[in-house]
Design a protein around this ligand. Structure first.
Ligand SMILES: [Zn+2]
Length: 399
């Protein structure tokens, strides 16, 4: 008879929280953090992180784009874990930081397995969105003058760039705070991410005739502000008619020119963004918006011009096999307290997913707040998420 002893890896929750609090001190501002990529505090945080990785027995380097990589000395197959330690201009203390410190804690909890840990440079796009993970996956963005100058300013010029080693990894996994309120509203403690949404952005300009707000009769006006408002209303109601269950859309910016109480706006602008997990659904919403632009332009009296179009983000599915490992780990540590869900925010995992099977695990954000100094998560949930990640990694590597 053969017995298999399954030792469940045990993470050290207090050590994880202590590391997160130490990292928070780099750029701490009130309850939040200001640590934009390649700032002095960001580079100091990267050096501290490389030191913590080395103490954990990993081979730690800061590469030519600022990625901090802790490579396991154990023989593969390996799992790659990571997230980012840069923040928004006024960011929270857990966005990205949680996934990096949880990754390091998992590597410490499973010292016999091959677990590589990464902090990807500039996820938040201070200089170039997803700079580090894109570079690691072989997309060379160096050559952009602004990015090159930022890299040189951080003292990284001339360093070699870490690249994905083909065949080394069974997959990439990223723990992250949810940055929304779905888990909290449903009383769940963990989310297994199914997809990361794709986004399309439409930057519209409305051209009319600037004029006197008192002397110009309504019938003779070419009011660009009114045209933008009509378009915004038509988009809000029209998109509701073609939306799928995961569709969201936002007019995040609208401006009138010159923007004075007694002037009929001669120009107006509006930015409409749509997001969905499904590429087909995204295309249907795009087609609807294109038809709406043509309609409103034809109907007059103002021109409606598509001044800019942003198709930067494709919907990305997480690997189903890895999701099942994460889901099984959720069920064993928190039965019934987890759900599968899409990610409405972009993450490095969508870049890594181009080259590796990828998965993500969410922990709840208190009151659903993120990209704000008030961002927070209960300590118990931070520890639980890390434990689930460790168990999932052990099962992926066959332990
Ligand atoms: Zn993040």
């Amino acid at each position: 008879m053969r017995f298999e002893v399954l030792d469940m890896p045990k993470i050290d929750g207090p050590r994880l929280i202590a590391d997160l609090k130490t990292l928070r001190a780099f750029g701490a501002t009130g309850t939040g953090v200001v640590r934009p990529t390649f700032s002095e505090v960001d580079m100091a945080a990267r050096r501290w992180l490389a030191g913590r990785m080395a103490e954990a027995g990993l081979e730690a380097t800061i590469d030519g784009v600022g990625n901090v990589i802790g490579r396991s000395r154990n023989a593969g197959p390996a799992v790659l874990l990571g997230s980012h330690t840069d923040t928004q201009p006024r960011g929270g203390w857990l966005d990205g930081a949680y996934g990096v410190m949880a990754a390091l804690e998992v590597a410490r909890a499973l010292p016999d397995l091959a677990i590589d840990v990464a902090s990807w440079a500039d996820e938040e796009g201070t200089h170039w969105s997803f700079l580090g993970s894109s570079s690691f996956c072989g997309e060379d963005v160096v050559g952009d003058a602004g990015v090159d100058a930022a890299i040189a300013g951080a003292g990284l010029a001339g360093r070699s760039k870490a690249r994905l080693e083909p065949g080394r990894y069974r997959g990439y996994m990223e723990a992250h705070i949810e940055q929304g309120g779905v888990l909290e509203a449903e009383g769940k403690r963990l989310g297994v991410v199914t997809h990361i949404v794709g986004a399309r952005g439409f930057d519209l300009t409305f051209e009319g005739q600037q004029n006197h707000a008192g002397t110009t009769p309504m019938a003779l006006r070419k009011d660009a502000g009114a045209a933008a408002i009509r378009f915004a209303h038509a988009a809000q109601t029209g998109l509701a008619g073609v939306a799928g269950p995961a569709s969201v859309w936002t007019i995040g910016r609208m401006a009138f020119d010159p923007g004075a109480p007694s002037i009929i706006p001669g120009r107006a602008s509006l930015y409409l963004q749509v997001r969905d997990t499904d590429a087909g659904q995204l295309r249907r919403m795009e087609a609807h918006i294109e038809a709406l632009i043509a309609d409103h332009d034809r109907g007059g009296p103002c021109r409606v011009i598509l001044a800019g179009y942003d198709d930067g983000m494709e919907p990305t599915a997480m690997d189903e096999g890895l999701q099942d490992h994460v889901a099984a780990a959720c069920e064993s540590h928190a039965p019934g307290q987890w759900r599968r869900m899409p990610s409405g925010a972009g993450h490095d995992a969508q870049i890594l997913a181009r080259r590796l099977p990828a998965a993500m695990l969410f922990v709840p954000s208190i009151r659903g707040i993120s990209h704000d100094f008030a961002e927070d998560t209960a300590d118990a949930d931070l520890a639980l998420g890390c434990q689930v990640l460790a168990t999932a990694v052990a099962s992926i590597l066959g332990r």
